[in-house]
Design a protein around this ligand. Structure first.
Ligand code: NFS
Length: 653
């Protein structure tokens, strides 16, 4: 329990999630503090928010003046542009490191499985193994699964460790996009090398030209998107299965009062997969029954939750800003976490409700939590123990339980492979129908809306309003991570939501029976969007590079360094990427002009920013229309629109 919050919050102003609101009200009654309270009582440092300070050496920290950015330099002489480019680069390095370290853990697991050192996991999706191997030139004909898999893990290891050359998945990049990267010298070699070089360059007294620093930021970010993240997705699909659409319940109502509730909140699917085995272990199910429970209820949160929901239909309880709130239900018997996006504040909330908070990854301990280390070689040792702890907690429940009675069923588990099949059917699986519908104007363009939730903005609100605007304007929306959950809670991941779409998109959705918003999984699954974009280019009719596509990206409620890395790899891949909430930059500096304009002139994409989701939508749609015009397909769209508006005019008259 904590001292009284200094600033009273109006709960309705901080989240549109009804379940989270209900739990925040309970938290207030019970004197429990969450990140929402802390955000209200911690004004963001204005100099840091502008990225106008440098603490890279002990001659400082130096503070520059955002109002007069060129009026002052740091003690070493660093200008505002150098300082901002360095700060930005370090966010990219950290975010890319997070994704690539996760991806490398997946390769470690894969290698051990292929070599027979781990028996608890196996290659589940041989088709995907073959597809991925072929996509990077590995011979598959008349070869055994083990031979192909051995070549594949050896090849994919280069994504991380290679010193010279191009990462393997560079082969998947559309030729013209790759050509631009080669000309600029930003094709990633290996993630370790790129991240190391970026950290070196941003040390005091090394790279002091904002353009050159940003070039290395692009190279490092690409080693994430087309490297670490893509490998994480592909290996996870090979080991655990490629998702196909499945109806799943989302929201806090997936907790069950009469069952032992185990939440897994994190990012690596291997521990979660093992937990799925543990909760079905007959002896543990019996132990739960002996403790008076009807069974064991496994629920996911955040990104690994999004993966398990897509692959196995495991219910999902909520996104990043709901992880403390769900503990307030009093119904969580264990929360088991691994890496990334785990708030340290969970410890004190869990403590209030006597919920065991269990860390499992050697990289991520939390003071005050119980650590039970997870080892891929004997995975159930850890996950069984978590379940046993949860059963004990169930038996000794003392906290007042209140579970919001809200569940939202939606269709999740789209993959780029399934989009291919869905639109083309099994006989002519292809992206051609998608391209055709874009060319004929029914679909105006494609947008990726992804990323975190952040207590600096009303939870879920910007995601929902932005997506609503986009689909209304016939833009097909692809989603991952917390953003996907925001929309799922509002019922947008259902085919019925097509009635909210514009006439063209609505028609396509109704014909195919798909939602106007397609959920692709976790944050590393943003790589599925990259592959979908490459396919659209390959199929033809929409230009020669990703930069030519009528497409845009957004992270309206971002907060993490990973989000910056994702933004930068989308930009470097050719996508106009608009962030909301805040952006660590001083406007009208040379660095600002580079990110928000100059990169596009170099043949890449560019950044955009607006704190207003309606303005974000307008910016994205304008960009999509600009690309349609450049492709010469703006006329077909005008015709479709004219017909519709004519009809509306007639109806109105
Ligand atoms: Ni991605 Fe944001 Fe975290 Fe996942 Fe959610 S907060 S950058 S969506 S859980 S990584």
């Amino acid at each position: 329990m904590v001292e009284k919050a200094k600033k009273e919050l109006n709960i309705k102003d901080i989240t549109i999630c009804d379940a989270t609101q209900q739990m925040l009200a309970k938290a207030r009654r019970e004197g429990v503090e969450t990140a929402f309270d802390r955000a209200a009582n911690m004004k963001a440092c204005p100099i840091g928010a502008d990225s106008a300070c440098c603490k890279h050496c002990a001659m400082g920290p130096c503070r520059l003046n955002a109002k007069d950015p060129y009026g002052k330099v740091g003690v070493c002489g660093a200008t505002i542009d150098t300082i901002q480019a360095r700060n930005f680069a370090r966010m990219v390095a950290s975010g890319a490191a997070a994704h690539t370290d996760h991806g490398m853990a997946m390769v470690d697991l894969f290698r051990e499985v292929v070599n027979g050192h781990i028996k608890e996991y196996r290659i589940k999706d041989v088709n995907k193994l073959v597809q991925v191997a072929e996509s990077i030139g590995i011979e598959t004909e008349d070869r055994s699964v083990k031979e192909i898999a051995t070549d594949l893990y050896k090849e994919l290891e280069r994504t991380y460790t290679q010193v010279e050359g191009e990462i393997p998945f560079a082969k998947r990049v559309p030729e013209k996009t790759l050509e631009v990267w080669r000309k600029m010298g930003i094709v990633p070699r290996g993630a370790m090398r790129e991240i190391m070089e970026l950290m070196h360059r941003t040390h005091i007294g090394v790279d002091q030209h904002y353009e050159n620093i940003t070039k290395q930021s692009s190279r490092t970010a690409l080693a994430d998107g087309w490297g670490g993240s893509m490998v994480a997705t592909e290996i996870s699909d090979i080991l655990f299965g490629t998702p196909t659409p499945i109806a799943v319940d989302v929201n806090m109502g997936v907790l069950k009062e009469d069952q032992v509730n185990v939440i897994v909140h994190g990012h690596e699917p291997n521990m979660f997969e093992s937990m799925l085995v543990s909760v079905n272990e007959p002896s543990l199910v019996q132990a739960a029954k002996d403790a008076g429970a009807q069974g064991i209820n496994l629920v996911g949160m955040c990104c690994s939750g999004a993966e398990m929901m897509s692959r196995h239909g495991v219910p999902h309880a909520g996104n990043f800003m709901s992880t403390e709130a769900i503990l307030v239900t009093g119904a969580v018997d264990a929360m088991c976490v691994d890496i990334q996006c785990i708030k340290q504040g969970l410890v004190s909330v869990a403590d209030c409700y006597k919920t065991p908070l269990i860390t499992t990854n050697t990289r991520a301990h939390i003071e005050g939590a119980t650590h039970i280390e997870f080892d891929d070689h004997e995975p159930q040792k850890c996950t069984d123990e978590v379940v046993i702890k949860a059963i004990q907690r169930f038996k000794n429940r003392t906290a007042a339980i209140e579970i919001p009675d809200i569940r939202n069923t939606g269709i999740h588990g789209f993959s780029h492979e399934y989009i291919n099949y869905m639109l083309g059917g099994s006989f002519r699986a292809s992206y051609a129908p998608l391209n055709d519908n874009i060319i004929n104007g029914r679909i105006r363009g494609v947008a990726g809306v992804v990323g975190c939730t952040n207590p600096r903005i009303k939870q879920d609100w910007a995601h929902v309003e932005l997506v609503k605007e986009l689909i209304k304007k016939d833009v097909l929306v692809l989603q991952t991570g917390c953003s996907q959950i925001s929309l799922a809670k509002e019922g947008f991941l259902t085919p019925e939501a097509a009635y909210l779409a514009g006439p063209g998109l609505k028609e396509v959705c109704e014909t195919v029976g798909m939602p106007p918003v397609l959920g692709l999984g976790s944050c590393v699954d943003n790589s599925r969007i990259l592959i979908a974009a490459s396919e659209m280019v390959r199929v033809g009719g929409l230009g020669n590079s990703i930069a030519d596509l009528p497409a845009a990206g957004a992270a309206p409620e971002w907060m993490s360094e990973k989000a910056i890395s994702i933004g930068q790899y989308f930009v470097a891949s050719g996508v106009y990427t608009v962030f909301g909430t805040t952006f660590p930059i001083v406007e009208e500096t040379k660095f600002h002009k580079l990110l928000f304009d100059g990169l596009e002139q170099q043949g890449l994409g560019k950044w955009g920013f607006s704190a207003d989701p309606y303005e974000m939508a307008r910016m994205m749609v304008d960009h999509i229309d600009k690309k349609r015009k450049a492709l010469g397909i703006d006329k077909s769209r005008e015709r479709v629109l004219m017909d519709m508006s004519d009809r509306r005019d007639i109806e109105a008259a």
